[in-house]
Design a protein around this ligand. Structure first.
Ligand code: FAD
Ligand code: 2HG
Ligand code: ZN
Length: 478
């Protein structure tokens, strides 16, 4: 019945009719959830998104926005009811404008991150967001999750890269705020509110993004250090030596490097021997500078005081690409090695060493069948504190142990002043964690924002906030 009414309300060609083509929209990247849907809609314009949401709001039908479906927390997957409408944004794929002089561009939500980067580059500008999923994730999804990634140290997370958005609200109204301004103090930051809202406040249909001049040169090194504390001290020394040129600072334990070497073609470790920890560190500059010698000098100074065990400076673009391939494929290598439990945590960078020591000791003692693979964006205080298990580990074992492990790790994160979700968001997976760790006032404010923008709770029900807060009415009969 609702489907017939939906068909009548929208132009032909918006619904995806082929059942096989609908299947990928009903599960998430990690295969944690398998949902069902009333239908999958692929609108071609902001106006069509608006028509869809107005219908859903009137009919009290839950809406699940979906971008590239690469996120880790199940936020883009419909629930099991078969009553929700999935709205995929892939047909909104235009680059609307690039203003090279203003260092800004306006793109539609369904452009992949790689397409956005290429469009900026074609205008000799840089859009600095960089994730391993760049070829498949969409800029709308990046904004909706406030994505982080490999260049946050220098350029910030997605919110910091966003000047304005166009978004369709739950009732179909269009919030058209594609302002290409760096200074605009006119009330609440509604753009910032939409960024990171994970499809629970509206659907982002376009965004105006900040650009930079293109980078002119890089220097990349693979550095062996004794432990996490040494990596943190080394970063402070590098920043003191070369300032904001430190672009990326990724930490890899020995077992992450070994996983990548075993499972991924075309990667190599340029350092001989075995070391417990490695840092993939990159400097970049907007001017032609002698970055290699700056990095070499800073690493030699650090080596002289015992902070660096060994280091390899990349000889050229090929070796640089190989190292980044190694780093970006650690999640894929881990997936090929067997199941894993992921914890996307951050702590103030000064607490990183203590946190890793305490949490690793807990894992060693309580999870004997698991192997800790803690890697990631150490420069941002963000580690993927993942635990890998052998391929043959029964799913029931993981399901039984997971809550206990998650609780212990996230409690340690909280005790170190950190966050249980540094960059991947809340989705469906971490709703209970938000309830546990956010303060009552924070949660109340979030609920009030949600109620005021989505009074019928149709936007991505059960994601970010608990179901009771997001869908308070049963669907109206149509
Ligand atoms: P989806 O997965 O489709 O959706 C994510 C959430 O956003 C859902 O809640 C969905 O409802 C909502 N949403 C999607 N589009 C819209 C829209 N237009 N309007 C409103 N809501 C919307 N993430 C990082 O932060 N840092 C990393 O370094 C990183 N590396 C990754 C590496 C790999 C190999 C993979 C597979 C993933 C990685 N991710 C990383 C996770 C993921 O790529 C990001 O979260 C990305 O921003 C999700 O974009 P998406 O288009 O796939 O969104
Ligand atoms: C990365 O930094 C991603 O590579 C993925 O955020 C992290 O798989 C993970 O846990
Ligand atoms: Zn990451």
């Amino acid at each position: 019945m609702p489907l017939r009414s939906l068909r009548a309300a929208i132009p032909a060609g918006v619904l995806l009719e082929d059942e096989a083509a609908r299947a990928p929209f009903l599960t998430d990247h990690r295969r944690l959830y398998q949902g069902r849907a009333l239908a999958v809609a692929l609108p071609r314009s902001t106006a069509e998104v608006s028509t869809l949401l107005a219908w859903c709001n009137a009919q009290r039908v839950g809406v699940v926005p979906q971008g590239g479906n690469t996120s880790y927390c199940g936020g883009a997957t419909p629930d099991e009811s078969g009553a929700q409408l999935v709205i995929g944004l892939q047909r909104l794929r235009r680059v609307r404008a690039v203003d090279a002089a203003n260092l800004s561009m306006t793109v539609e939500a369904g452009c992949t991150l790689a397409e956005v980067q290429q469009a900026a580059s074609a205008a000799e500008r840089l859009f600095p967001l960089e994730l391993g999923s760049a070829g498949s994730c969409q800029i709308g999804g990046n904004l909706a999750t406030n994505a982080g990634g490999l260049n946050v140290l220098r350029f910030g997370m997605a919110r910091a890269l966003t000047l304005g958005v166009e978004a369709v609200l739950a009732d179909g109204r269009v919030f058209s705020h594609l302002r290409a301004l760096r200074k605009d103090n006119t009330g609440y930051d509604l753009t910032g509110l939409m960024v990171g809202s994970e499809g629970t406040l509206g659907i982002i249909t376009a965004a105006t993004l900040r650009l930079w001049p293109q980078l002119r040169c890089w220097a990349t090194a693979f550095v062996a250090v004794a432990d996490v504390a040494a990596a943190v001290t080394l970063l402070a020394r590098l920043r003191a030596a070369v300032g904001e040129r430190v672009n990326s600072y990724e930490l890899l334990p020995r077992n992450a490097v070994e996983l990548a070497l075993r499972h991924i073609e075309g990667v190599a470790n340029p350092l001989p021997g075995n070391h417990d920890w490695y840092v993939l560190c990159e400097l970049s500059s907007f001017a032609d500078e002698a970055l290699n010698s700056m990095l070499e000098g800073a690493l030699a100074d650090a080596s002289a005081v015992g902070l660096v065990q060994d280091a390899a400076l990349c000889a050229g673009e090929r070796q640089r690409a190989q190292l980044w391939r190694l780093r970006e494929n650690v999640p894929e290598a881990q997936r090929r090695a067997g199941p894993s439990l992921k914890h996307d945590i951050s702590v103030p960078i000064g607490a990183l060493g203590d946190f890793v020591a305490a949490a690793s000791a807990w894992v060693r003692q309580h999870v004997p069948s698991g192997t800790l693979v803690a890697y990631g964006h150490a420069g941002d205080g963000n580690l993927h504190f993942n635990i890998s298990f052998p391929k043959e580990t029964p799913a029931e074992f993981l399901a039984r142990e997971e809550p206990l492990i998650r609780r212990a790790i996230h409690d340690l994160v909280a005790a170190h002043g950190g966050s249980f979700s540094a960059e991947h968001g809340i989705g469906r997976l971490k709703v209970a964690e938000l309830e546990r760790y956010a303060s009552p006032v924070t949660l109340a404010m979030m609920r009030e924002v949600k109620r005021s923008l989505d009074p019928h709770g149709i936007m991505n029900p059960g994601k970010l906030l608990a179901v009771a807060d997001t869908l308070r009415e049963t669907p109206a009969a149509s």
